[in-house]
Design a protein around this ligand. Structure first.
Ligand code: ATP
Ligand code: MG
Length: 323
């Protein structure tokens, strides 16, 4: 290793035609960290990961893994990084034991070790009974676990997991999350992507929120919440309105109209003060209100605030995680 920094992005960008999938990402991931990339569909999470492991070439900038450049020192980079893609790219000709064993083999693990590690990982992920099955004979959740098991087979220093818990039932999801936690306890660095804000909030040491290719916030979940604005104000309207009164959109407050345009929502530092201001503006514009709620903002509220579209409405499709 050239240094102690598992991942460092240097102003890295990736363009596909007109789409800037990753826009000047510039941050580091610390040793032993459980790091989450959080963002809506198409935010650029998978592309950022792919750049790191050579599955996509940067348009500009670069990245390093323990000081090794992703382009120049491709081999070293690969020797440190285990990767589980979001979608299965397993060899359907071989059973799952052989899938793991051969993967270890391609990555320079000795034949004896290959057998031991394949067995160890299959047992760890509760797939040993299925060892003679072909990948397509597994359920979606089992395949997810297998991809995770395979990423561990090279004894990596960094494990990159693209949506490791998407589509898993609650029990399997918890098992996978516990497996990830266990790995970090062994000093391995984790970079994982998720849409599930509660998951990021609960598991990650630090989170980077991505939207439209850009990293827009980065930090420990609790700090993001503090630096972001702390209270969520929800005001239910007596009837739906087409747009917010001009005063609300001008005041530098980030106020949105949601739920079929019958609720006004704002994430702010001081909820009671903002609630009074917003109520005054609504009533001033002749808009009747039914109820006011002030509650502590979650990471989801912050996320919605950061990634909401310019039309100031948040549709159900744009909501992430859900509650
Ligand atoms: N191979 C490709 N060719 C063209 N465009 C691509 C390619 N891969 C990704 N993109 C585009 O880059 C953008 C970012 O995609 P990416 O897959 O990185 O998003 P994501 O954050 O992983 O989304 P999701 O949560 O849906 O997995 C999208 O607009 C996507 O259409
Ligand atoms: Mg993705």
């Amino acid at each position: 290793m050239k240094n102690d920094v598992p991942v460092k992005f240097f102003d890295i960008s990736k363009r596909f035609g007109d789409t800037l999938a990753v826009d000047s990402a510039d941050f580091s991931i610390h040793k032993g960290e459980f790091f989450g990339l959080l963002g809506p569909n198409g935010a650029g999470k998978t592309t950022l990961i792919k750049l790191l492991i050579g599955l996509a070439n940067p348009t500009e900038g670069t990245a390093e893994v323990f000081g090794y450049d992703i382009n120049e020192d491709y081999r070293q980079v690969h020797s440190y990084v285990g990767f589980a893609p979001a979608e299965a790219n397993l060899d359907r000709e071989f059973n799952i034991f052989d899938n793991l064993r051969f993967h270890a083999g391609y990555n320079g693990v000795s034949p004896r070790e290959q057998l031991e590690r394949a067995e160890q990982q299959l047992k760890k992920f509760d797939l040993w009974e299925k060892r003679n099955d072909k990948p397509y004979e597994l359920s979606t959740g089992m395949r997810k676990k297998l991809l995770f098991a395979r990423s561990m087979i090279i004894d990596p220093k960094i494990v990159i997991l693209d949506e490791p818990t998407a589509g898993l039932d609650l029990e399997t999801k918890e098992a996978v999350q516990n497996n990830i936690k266990k790995i970090t306890e062994e000093g391995v660095t984790i970079l994982f992507t998720t849409h599930q804000i509660d998951e990021a909030e609960r598991l990650c040491d630090r989170v980077a929120i991505m939207n439209e290719g850009k990293v827009i916030e980065i930090g420990p979940p609790e700090e993001l919440l503090e630096s972001g604005q702390g209270d969520l104000v929800r005001i239910t309207l007596a009837e739906e309105i087409d747009s917010l009164p001009g005063k609300l959109t001008r005041d530098g407050l980030r106020v949105e109209l949601v739920s079929e345009k019958k609720e006004v929502r704002a994430t702010v530092a001081d909820g009671s003060e903002a609630a009074a201001d917003i109520m005054r503006a609504l009533h001033g514009a002749g808009i009747a209100t039914k109820a006011v709620h002030v509650e502590k903002a979650s990471l989801e509220d912050l996320f919605l605030q950061l990634t909401s579209k310019d039309d100031k409405t948040v549709s159900k499709e744009n909501r992430v995680g859900g509650r």
